[in-house]
Design a protein around this ligand. Structure first.
Ligand code: FAD
Ligand code: NAD
Length: 444
């Protein structure tokens, strides 16, 4: 059995490890076009901001460690073609500068996503970046050495995390967002406004409703971002306007894409092409609240899909349970989290949804350092089904209680089920009626 995996980060390496554990006799080969495998891209903003010492700290396992475990890991090898009928791949060995043909019995496409680069951002100017992989982070870090003004385009997850990192490095930061508010993806207006206030309190110049038209440069280096509302001067520009799934190999293999544009897979991570699997950011998943196919590319999803694919490719039987759209990020002092659907998303889906907003403290008000926490809880009128939650907490770690709601959403629980939950209480941790319970009580 020859299992070949394309892409050696979250989904790819999870699959390789599981497949090997399931079938130690299988030959497992990982092709990675980049210089790194098995690292946490999620840590990149924290290296840039100085919370994590260096990029090396993000690497979970080196290729050497994986080879010692019997996995064949080939860096700087880009897979450029698939012949699904012959079960072969064309692989470009960048080091040797030649292409080779490689056979497979089972193939996993764990190729991730690529940052969206609008036409105006396709530039040779130094100081213009995207952030996806370790070399992107290293390039941004190099540009920051002599930079004073940063402009970040896109106030989504990456833009928000980077704004904090760049302020921590002492730069002035302008954050440009095309949409009407920051954190547009997956948050309702009250959460978005609170995030924006936090950015502004920390010196970020936030400009929403601002489309970008071009870049300006001087001496080969970027000098500004041209917007509909004038020029923003900048020595370093990061474009973080979203991602698109890498589906070229899947299409070459004849595999079907879903309506989201990502690769369509079944619950065993099989594509529509026999012997070809897909897992991670490049693949769709089923949303357990809406029962729709979605493309929500996140780290745990990628690792979990990879595990499932690994077991199945090695002859086992594992299934991916679907997701409920849980995500969390930190921006300066705030922890911001969401799960399920927002009121706006529920309205868009035609659900009869209702939301309540509750402000409280993250633990007993009389105990030291009680910090404000806001919860928005969304449920379905009539059925009483829990639909989603958003949390904005001034003690960032407190936003992690979103997991209580996420776990219940997985079981299609009701608002009453949340209210009935026996949650932990002692004054340093929560109020006797935790803010989630108060919100469930109000929504009931
Ligand atoms: P990727 O990590 O994109 O890996 C795919 C790999 O495939 C790449 O290394 C690529 O070089 C390789 N590849 C592609 N095509 C080929 C080819 N033809 N031949 C050979 N190799 C190929 N998620 C969270 O849940 N929480 C977070 O806090 C978080 N923070 C993030 C911060 C940043 C800055 C970024 C960029 C992402 C963050 N994410 C976060 C998302 C998370 O990193 C991804 O969900 C995860 O890395 C996806 O793993 P993957 O294996 O599917 O794809
Ligand atoms: P995103 O989809 O989260 O946000 C992109 C933002 O750019 C949106 O607000 C969008 O309105 C805006 N935008 C789009 N075109 C624009 C334009 N021309 N000008 C100005 N603004 C524009 O994408 P991202 O921030 O690039 O992050 C990519 C992916 O990385 C995410 O989908 C997520 O999977 C992952 N990520 C997750 C986390 C986390 O979970 N904490 C952190 C970082 C990254």
């Amino acid at each position: 059995m020859r299992i070949v995996i394309v892409g050696g980060v979250a989904a790819g390496m999870s699959a390789a490890s599981r497949a090997q554990r399931f079938d130690p006799a299988a030959e497992i080969v990982v092709f990675e076009r980049g210089d790194y495998v098995s690292y946490g891209a999620c840590g990149l903003p924290y290296v840039l901001g100085g919370d994590v010492d260096d990029f090396g700290a993000l690497v979970a396992r080196t290729p050497g460690q994986m080879r010692a475990r019997g996995l064949s890991v080939r860096l700087r090898h880009e897979v450029t073609g698939v012949d699904a009928a012959a079960r072969t791949l064309t692989v470009h060995d960048r080091g040797a500068g030649r292409a080779v043909t490689e056979p497979y019995d089972r193939l996993l496409l764990a190729t991730g996503v690529s940052p969206t680069v609008p036409d105006w951002a396709s530039s040779d100017l130094a100081g213009v970046h995207v952030l996806r992989e370790i070399p992107d982070g290293q390039a941004i870090q190099a540009s920051l050495q002599d930079a004073k003004r940063a402009c970040i385009v896109g106030a989504g997850y990456i833009g928000l995390e980077l704004a904090e990192a760049m302020r921590a490095r002492g730069l002035s930061v302008v954050l440009l967002e095309k949409g009407p508010e920051v954190a547009g993806r997956g948050f309702d207006l009250p959460s978005q406004r609170r995030v924006r206030a936090e950015l502004e309190k920390n010196g970020v110049d936030v400009r929403c409703g601002t489309g970008v038209t071009g870049l300006t440069g001087k001496g080969g280096r970027v000098s500004g971002v041209q917007t509909e509302h004038g020029l923003v001067r900048a020595d370093v520009v990061v474009v973080a306007v979203g991602v698109r799934p890498n589906t070229g190999l899947a299409q070459a293999a004849g595999a079907r894409l879903g309506k989201t544009g990502a690769i369509a897979v079944d619950i065993r991570q099989r594509t529509s092409t026999e012997g070809v699997y897909a897992a991670g950011d490049n693949a769709e998943s089923v949303h357990r609240v809406t029962r729709r196919r979605v493309h929500i590319p996140l780290g745990l999803t990628a690792n979990r899909m990879g595990r499932v694919a690994g077991v199945n490719m090695a002859g086992g039987d594992a299934t991916f349970p679907g997701i409920v759209g849980t995500a969390i990020f930190k921006t300066f002092g705030l922890g911001v989290a969401r799960t399920g659907v927002t009121q706006a998303e529920a309205d868009g889906l035609g659900l009869q949804a209702i939301s309540v907003d509750v402000s409280s403290t993250d633990h007993a008000g009389y105990y030291a350092d009680a910090r404000p926490i806001q919860v928005r809880l969304t449920g379905e009128r009539g059925s009483g089904r829990l639909l989603g939650a958003q949390i904005v907490a001034e003690n960032h770690i407190s936003a992690k209680r979103i997991d209580v709601v996420a776990a219940l959403l997985h079981r299609r629980a009701s608002v009453q089920d949340l209210f009935d939950a026996d949650l932990a209480y002692a004054p340093p941790f929560s109020s006797v009626w935790d803010v989630l319970l108060v919100a469930a009580d109000r929504l009931n």
